[in-house]
Each structure stands twice: as structure tokens, then as C-alpha cells.
Design a protein around this ligand. Structure first.
Ligand SMILES: Cc1ncc(COP(=O)(O)O)c(C=O)c1O
Length: 411
């Protein structure tokens, strides 16, 4: 028999992270299972953005580049993200989008690794990762994107492999790669390793330093709660920073941007991976989200994430049995990220009906109900009620109503 509502409440009462929930704005009547797509808004963000707009921009005007240290925001926020992923403060910088950061780091890796010319990845990787790598290979003409199933990656590493690019946690299935083992295999073959941590940073414990990882990128708007379209971040191991050159040689990456010199000279450290002027209002929102992690024990965060997911899986498989749901995520906690997917032939209308009941997850084509578990603001009782809502949607068949059939632009 699966856990009861009282069991879930007892787990909440003993939860060391319970206090963090109050720091987020969560609408009444909503159970939010999509923080892996867009994190919830921190309570403090309204004041912080207002300060950025009214005090710093409207009153401070251009003086705020120095007075409010706008210019330092990319490195300052990067240094706050660093401990969440096992990086040193000067190894992470906030810039651009994850797609653009992938482009910059892949191009830099290919250039450093010449005459090696292959980017190795797996099929079904997040589309932007594949598209950016394809576009780069086309642009460079001598480079190649090689796509091999995960189980064949180790065997596909050869003297041509310049860089291996993988998502640590798969965006559809939530399956987690062994970051340290794959990094070691890439290094043994002379390749660099680039991790996309979009579905890991801020949700599970990651230790890039211990793994000796080379490169990483990730989103600011998911578990870091930076707001829609928040700036992304990138990581380059300190030992490599002097050897990698950005292909987007914008003025913010120059050694001395305000010398306005005619020739490009890269900044000494990671600042060389900046291109243009940072979006300060968005940076202010992101910093508020990242600041919420100060003092959070990432191991405790991951433990809670795994317990929330295990409870969800147990409840769905028991209380929603017989409705055609098939678990699409590994059962073993250590092999999972922070979201769980169930396949269902009518996943789209089922999710729409669930959302109408206030339980917000998402749908990933062709047939996945995807639910994210953000340990800072979700509780075990939320999980219990979410599954009860799903049970009712399936039992009553409300999802068959015509209004749930129409596919929206964003799923
Ligand atoms: C693994 C992964 N990489 C990258 C992205 C998105 O990149 P961007 O912020 O450039 O749209 C996502 C978005 O969901 C993602 O899941």
C-alpha cells in the first residue's frame, strides 16, 4: 500500500528545508510541478527588480554601472552559482542564453583540440544542444557532430574526438548520467567534456571540481528561479581558462573594454566569454533567485528531491493503476535528476485537465506527462494532492472534453 496523506504530512513536518517555501510566491490553489521548466518567483524579486529599475536605473542612470556594480554582475552572480555545482568562484560567469553559451564553449573546445574535429553526443539530447552543434559543424566545415546511443559513447571515443557534449539530466526522462565516470572516460581518450546542467543546477548535488570536469552550461530560469528568459551561465575549469578563446569576441570580453582599443585582446579569466552588455534588470531577478540558495546544503536538497520523486512514483503506480501510465524515468534515485515522466497515450489532454485542477506539470511530445520536483518549495503533501488530482482526472475521464484537445504553441 502506498503512503497515506498523514504519512506525507509527517514527512513535511520533519523536512529541514520546509522554511524555504515561504520565500516563494505560489498562487493559492496551485501545486507547481514545473519548476524544471520555469522556476517560481521569489518573494524578494519584486522589490529587487523595482530597486534595479527605480533606484539604479531611473535615479542612478548611467552612474549605476559603477555605483550599483552593474558591470560586476556576470562574475558576481557566477560566483554565487559556483558552490551549487562544485566550482570555484572564478569558474562560473553569467551570460547570454544556454544556446549561445553552448556555441561559445563548443567552438572554443574545437579550436583548442585541433586536429581533433568531432563533437560526440547522444541522440535525443535537448534539441538546442544538437542544433547548435550541427550549426557549428556546418559553419566550420572541417568539424563533425557524431551522435551515438549512450551505451555506445565510450566505444565511440577515439583520437578524433575533440569534445563530448551531454546533458547531465535528460530533459524528457530525467535519467542522470554518471558525471564523474563519463568525464574520466572522455579525458582518457584525450577529449574535453562539456556538461549541460540545465536540469541539475539547483536541484541535485553536482561536483564539477571533484570530477575534474572541463566545461559546463546551464539555464537561469529553471531551478535557479531567475525568471522567464533569465540569463544563463557557463563554467570553464580554471586550468583551461587561458587556453580557450571565445568565438564571439565582443567588447565585454576584452581585457580592457573601456580602453576602446582597435584590436581585440581577450580578458585574462572567464570574462573573455562575455560578449555584449549584460541585461541588468534580468540579472537582478536572477541574482534574487540564486541568493535563495545561500546556506542550502545541496546534499540535503538532493535527498529531498529524490524522496519527493519516490513518493510520487509510488503513489501514481498505486492510486492511478489501470489507467495506462508507464514510468519513463529510472526507479533508482541515484540515476534520476529532479523530474519524473510517465508515458500515456493521451498525455496532452490529461495534462491540460490536470492543469485546470491547479496541478501544473507539462507535456513533452509525443506522450510524456512530465512533473518536476523543486525541493525548495514543494512538500510531500503537495505530492499527495497532485496524485489525487491525477487519479480523479483519469478516473472521471474529464480529460476527454474537447477543450483539452487543442495543442497550444508552448507545451
Ligand atoms: C538541457 C537543456 N539545455 C538547454 C535548454 C534551453 O536553452 P535556452 O535557454 O538557450 O533556450 C533547455 C531548456 O529547457 C534544456 O532543457
Amino acid at each position: 500500500m502506498s503512503p497515506s496523506l498523514d504519512d506525507a504530512r509527517a514527512l513535511d513536518a520533519a523536512d529541514p528545508l520546509r522554511g524555504y517555501r515561504e520565500r516563494f510566491i505560489l498562487p493559492e490553489g496551485v501545486i507547481y510541478l514545473d519548476g524544471n521548466s520555469l522556476g517560481a518567483a521569489p518573494v524578494a524579486v519584486r522589490d529587487r527588480v523595482e530597486r534595479a529599475v527605480v533606484d539604479e536605473w531611473a535615479r542612478g542612470l548611467v552612474r549605476s554601472w559603477n555605483a550599483a556594480d552593474w558591470i560586476g554582475a556576470p562574475a558576481r552572480i557566477g560566483a554565487k552559482i559556483a558552490p551549487l555545482i562544485g566550482a570555484a568562484p572564478g569558474e562560473v560567469i553569467v551570460a547570454d542564453s544556454t544556446s549561445v553559451n553552448l556555441f561559445k564553449l563548443l567552438a572554443a573546445a574545437l579550436r583548442r583540440q585541433r586536429p581533433r574535429r568531432v563533437i560526440l553526443t547522444e541522440p535525443g539530447n535537448f534539441p538546442t544542444d544538437l542544433y547548435v552543434a550541427q550549426g557549428l559543424a556546418d559553419l566550420l566545415t572541417d568539424a563533425e557532430l557524431r551522435v551515438r546511443p549512450a551505451a555506445e559513447l565510450a566505444g565511440a571515443l577515439d583520437a578524433d574526438t575533440a569534445v563530448v557534449m551531454l546533458s547531465h539530466v535528460h530533459y524528457r526522462t530525467g535519467a542522470r548520467h554518471d558525471l564523474a565516470a563519463i568525464t574520466a572516460a572522455a579525458h582518457a581518450a584525450g577529449a574535453l567534456m562539456l556538461w549541460d546542467l540545465s536540469h541539475s543546477a539547483g536541484a541535485i548535488a553536482v561536483d564539477l571540481g571533484a570530477a575534474g570536469a572541463d566545461l559546463a552550461v546551464g539555464c537561469g530560469y529553471k531551478y535557479l528561479n531567475g525568471g522567464p528568459g533569465a540569463p544563463a551561465w557557463l563554467y570553464v575549469a580554471g586550468r583551461l581558462q587561458g587556453e580557450l578563446a571565445s568565438p564571439l569576441t565582443g567588447w565585454m570580453g576584452h581585457a580592457d573594454p573601456f580602453a576602446f582599443a582597435g584590436d581585440y585582446r581577450p580578458a585574462a579569466g572567464l570574462a573573455r566569454f562575455l560578449a555584449g552588455t549584460p541585461p541588468i534588470v534580468s540579472m537582478a531577478a536572477l541574482e534574487t533567485g540564486v541568493d535563495l540558495f545561500a546556506g542550502v546544503d545541496m546534499a540535503a536538497l538532493e535527498t529531498k528531491s529524490q524522496r519527493l520523486q519516490s513518493l510520487f512514483i509510488a503513489l501514481v503506480e498505486d492510486r492511478c493503476a489501470g489507467h495506462g501510465l508507464v514510468l519513463g524515468t529510472p526507479r533508482e534515485p541515484a540515476r534520476r535528476g529532479s523530474h519524473v515522466s510517465f508515458a500515456h497515450p493521451d498525455a496532452w489532454p490529461v495534462m491540460q485537465a490536470l492543469i485546470e485542477r491547479g496541478v501544473i506539470g507539462d507535456f513533452r511530445a509525443p506522450d510524456l506527462l512530465r512533473c518536476g520536483f523543486t525541493p525548495l518549495y514543494l512538500g510531500y503533501e503537495d505530492v499527495w494532492h497532485a496524485v489525487e488530482a491525477l487519479r480523479q482526472v483519469l478516473e472521471t475521464g474529464t480529460w476527454r472534453a474537447p477543450r483539452f484537445q487543442e495543442r497550444l504553441r508552448v507545451t
